[in-house]
Design a protein. Structure first.
Length: 166
């Protein structure tokens, strides 16, 4: 089948499964899984793209967690918050010098997904337990990356040329 149709079927079916899983079995923000899924493809796909995407996304989450932790205990002024976010942004650019992290948008995807997860789950960086937004965002990004790989495999299998029987 044509690659576009194969991708449409693979991603459509897996998108429905992802949405069902995040709504029932594994309650993480579905939009974070979709961001990670896109990050997988942006990082080149395949096993290498999966590793690069997850490491980059998680790096952004860690930088965001540290940034929000310092903000949590700081003076709370807009200037302080802006300076801390600026430092977090600088940290994301700096770590992109590491070869596995050389696609800064994937780091930003993690940072933004963490911040959004705190809002979506009504938690803060000092929330204790399994619902800590760092863990939730990391789990969601891992799940999304895996769905990216599965959709790539599914697309390849569906688009594969079948031998013609003689």
């Amino acid at each position: 089948m044509p690659p576009l149709v194969a991708a449409m079927i693979s991603l459509g079916v897996l998108g429905a499964i992802d949405t069902y899983i995040t709504a029932t079995v594994f309650p993480v923000p579905v939009w974070v899984t979709f961001i990670a899924w896109a990050s997988f493809f942006a990082c080149g796909g395949g096993q290498r793209g999966l590793l690069k995407s997850i490491v980059s996304n998680w790096t952004g989450i860690i930088i965001a967690s540290i940034t929000l932790l310092v903000i949590q205990y700081g003076p709370g002024s807009p200037v302080f918050v802006a300076l801390l976010v600026g430092l977090g942004t600088s940290a994301m650019v700096l770590v992109s010098a590491i070869p596995i992290l050389n696609f800064p948008p994937a780091i930003v995807f993690g940072f933004a997904s963490f911040v959004g997860t705190t809002a979506a789950t009504n938690t803060t960086v000092v929330t204790a337990g399994i619902n800590h937004p760092t863990l939730v965002a990391m789990a969601a990004m891992l799940l999304g990356g895996v769905f990216g790989l599965l959709s790539e495999i599914g697309t390849t299998l569906l688009a594969a040329k079948k031998p013609v029987a003689v």
